[in-house]
Ligand binder design. Sequence first.
Ligand code: BYC
Length: 481
Amino acid sequence: MNIMNVDYSTKIPNNVNLSEDRQVLKALEGWHPGYMNWWGDMGPEGFQQSLVYLRTAYSVDPRGWAKFDYVKMPDYRWGILLAPQEENRVIPFGQHCGEPAWQEVPGEHRAMLRRLIVIQGDTEPASVEQQRHLGKTAPSLYDLRNLFQVNVEEGRHLWAMVYLLQKYFGRDGREEADELLRRRSGDADSPRMLGAFNEATPDWLSFFMFTYFTDRDGKMQLHSLAQSGFDPLSRTCRFMLTEEAHHMFVGETGISRVMQRTCEAMKAAGIGDPSDVAKVRALGVVDLPTIQKKLNLHYTLSLDLFGSEVSTNAANAFNAGIKGRYHETQIKDDHRLQHDTYPVLKLVNGEIKRVDEPALTALNMRLRDDYTQDCIKGLLRWNKIIALAGYDFKLTLPNVAFHRQIGEFRDVHATPDGVLIDDATWNRRKSEWLPSADDGDFIASLMTPVTETGQFAPWISPPKVGIDNKPGDFEYVKIET
Ligand code: BYC
C-alpha cells in the first residue's frame, strides 16, 4: 500500500493498512457507532443536513494532501492518517537517545504513554463540545464553514488517538477509547481532563481567542509528542500538525478582522480615544479594552495547560524518550539534560523571581516559554492594525502570575503587570482585567447570525482571501431549512 495515499475502501479511510489488520479494523468499526452518536449529541448544533465546503485529507503528501468539496458533516470521512515512516529513525532524546525508535509500545513506559495519549485525545472532542452552539450566531457563511472545518478535524484528531489506543494498548486501550466518548466538557460528574477544556466558549470572540491561544498549546504539545521515541505517536502527531495550522489561522485572522473593523468604525466616527468603551460600543463594534480582557482570559487558561513549571512527570516523560522538547532535533545539546539548568519563574519570599532549576524538571516551563514566543507574533500583527489606524493602544500578554489555576502562582493574585495583590484588591479589580458579565452581555448582543452569501456581521471585516481561493460571494455553507 502507498503510504502517501489513503485507502477509502474500508469504512474508516486510512493509510495504515487497516484492511489487513482485521482486529484493529473490527475494534474501530465497533467504536464508530458510539462516535456517530456522540457527534449527533455533542457536535455542531443544527446544520447536520447542510452542505459544507470542507477540506478532507486524501493523502499525507505535503505537496497536496487535501481536497475541497461540499459534504454533509455526518458524511465526513474521518480517517486514520500517519505521516510516512522515516527510515532508520532513532529516539532523539532521553536515556534511550540514539536507539532505534519503537514500533511497539515499550513495556516499561506503557502507562505513561497511555496517559499522554488519553490526555491528548480528551482535548479533541472537548473543543467540539465547547463550540457546539456557535453555528447559530456565525457572523458569515465563511466563518461558519471555518468553524465546521475546525470541528470535523478535531473529530479526526480524536480518531487518531483512538487508533493508537486500540492498536497498541489492547483491552485497556479500548476502555479508554470508550471513556473519551463518555466524558463531557463542563460536566460536573464527568468533566474533560484539563481545565481550559471545561470552560465555555460563549461567543465568536472567544472562539477566535481559543483557536489562537488554546490550539497553539495543541501545536506545542503535538510538536513535543511528534519527537516521541514511540514512532506511531510521532507519525500521527506530525500529520495532525498539518491540519492544526488552519485552526490557528482562523484565530489569528479572526481577531485581526474584529480589530480591523473596530479601528475603521472608530476612525469613521472620529473617536480619538479607543478606551472610551461606551462610545466605541455604541458603534456596534468590540472595543479594544474588551479584546484585551478576552485575550487575558484565554492566554492564561492556555498557560495552565502546560502543567506545573517544575514537574517530575515532564522529567520522566523526557527521560523515557516519550515526550521531547519543541524542535528537539534542532537543538544543539546532548538531548539528555542530566547536568543542565533552566531558569524558572517562581515565587520567592513574596516576589516573582527567576530561579535556575534542573533542566529536566523545568521542561513544562521551557515549552511554555516557547509557546509565549509563538503567541507574541500574532500580537505584533494585531498591534500593527491599531498603529496603522493611528491609535495609541497596544495589546499585551499578561504576566504569567496573573489569573493562574495551575503551577507556581495558583495560590496568589497578581495584576496583568505582575504586581502581587491581596484577595480584596483582586475581587474589587478583576473585572478591569477579565471579561465581566456586562462585557459578555455586550458581546452576546452583537452575535446575530448572518447567513446571506458574501455578507458579514457589522462587527467583523471580511477576510482578505477566500478559502480555497473562492470569491467573496461564495456559498461556503448551503443551509438546509
Ligand atoms: N488541568 O506535573 P504536572 C490540544 C494535572 S491541547 C487539569 O504539573 P504534567 C487542543 C496533571 O494531569 C494539547 N489538570 O503536569 C487544543 C497531573 O495530574 P495527575 C493537549 C492538570 O503532567 C485545542 C497533575 O496536574 N495535549 O491538543 O507535566 C483544540 C500534576 O501535573 C492541568 C497535551 O496536553 C490542567 N491544566 O503536564 C483541540 C499533551 N495541568 O496525573 C485540541 C499531553 C496539569 O497527577 N499532556 N494537570 O493526576 C501532557 O503532556 C501533560 O500531561 C500536561 C501536564 C502538559 C497536560
